[in-house]
Design a protein around this ligand. Sequence first.
Ligand code: G6P
Length: 366
Amino acid sequence: GAVELGPYRHYMQKEIFEQPRAIADTLEGVEAIMPEIFGDKAYGIFKKIDSLLILACGTSYYAGVTAKYWIEAVAGIRVDVEIASEYRYRDSVPNPNALVVTISQSGETADTLAALRHAQSQGMQHTLTICNVSTSAMVRECELAYITRAGVEVGVASTKAFTTQLAALFLLTLTLAQVKGRLNDEQEAAYLKQMRHLPVAITSVLALEPQIIAWAEAFARKENALFLGRGLHYPIALEGALKLKEISYIHAEAYPAGELKHGPLALVTEEMPVVTVAPNDSMIEKLKSNMQEVRARGGELYVFADGDSRIASDDGLHVIRLPEHYGLLSPILHTVPLQLLAYHTALARGTDVDKPRNLAKSVTVE
Ligand code: G6P
């Protein structure tokens, strides 16, 4: 049946606010880390594989890039991430010992399906999908699956599907780490506890909406924006920029902050808002000096920091604080304010938020 909007103005807003529930549902029933949550044959496959090849499009691709940072750091397994429409047509070097992982909300994206079949035709038989639709072609055609429980996503711009993909990919990270002997019981319990606390942590991030609305008023008058992040939060900056361009039609680009000096700094003027994803992690001091480079050129900084970091608002430097730093799971929390910023900016510009021009929810033809 039709999904009701309830008190929300758009499906996108409703879906942003559903994230605590969507993540709780996606993690439901996971009492412990064990390969079987990905399928009966998962243990044998995970034991055998020596690397991962992640294939996806759009927002799902950025979930894959985040997973690369997690899996290489925690499980010590090499990960390649490729845009499905590129991989399917290029001459690559197949590795039969790689696990092919497709990530797809719909499970029907033509390029991702074609990329999966291409990998299989190259002799790569071990396949896993992270997918939101259990009856989809993707789930049928992959050996293993983890079904996210975001529920039906109506807004063309993906929100709850992305954060539930991240939750599933973090479970995959922990599972691979366990199989490779890199996760002890104590670490497993600590990570699981942190994951179960995500719905509460996201709820407190959603409460920042009024502050973000104030920023959105300023953004609505701009035609360009830059998003910066480093490490685990670089893909989150990419996703933030994608959300803003998809629904507000403001040109937005994301850069890993260390790359600023190799090009984008030339674009920075007083007219350029620079959104910085600045969690209180090991990269924070480096990021602060990147922010200095922007300030020195008159760029206006909009910083998403954590409660426990020492970044103070200043002239040309606006700060919104998330709760205390959330460690490896921080990308999930830092995604939420970027979704709200895009949403409220689009609202202020009067665009068709749920159905942005020229875009489709699911691209089932090439
Ligand atoms: C379209 C949608 C995006 C989505 C992408 C991949 O471009 O507008 O929101 O991220 O397809 O879709 P999938 O269903 O494979 O995740």
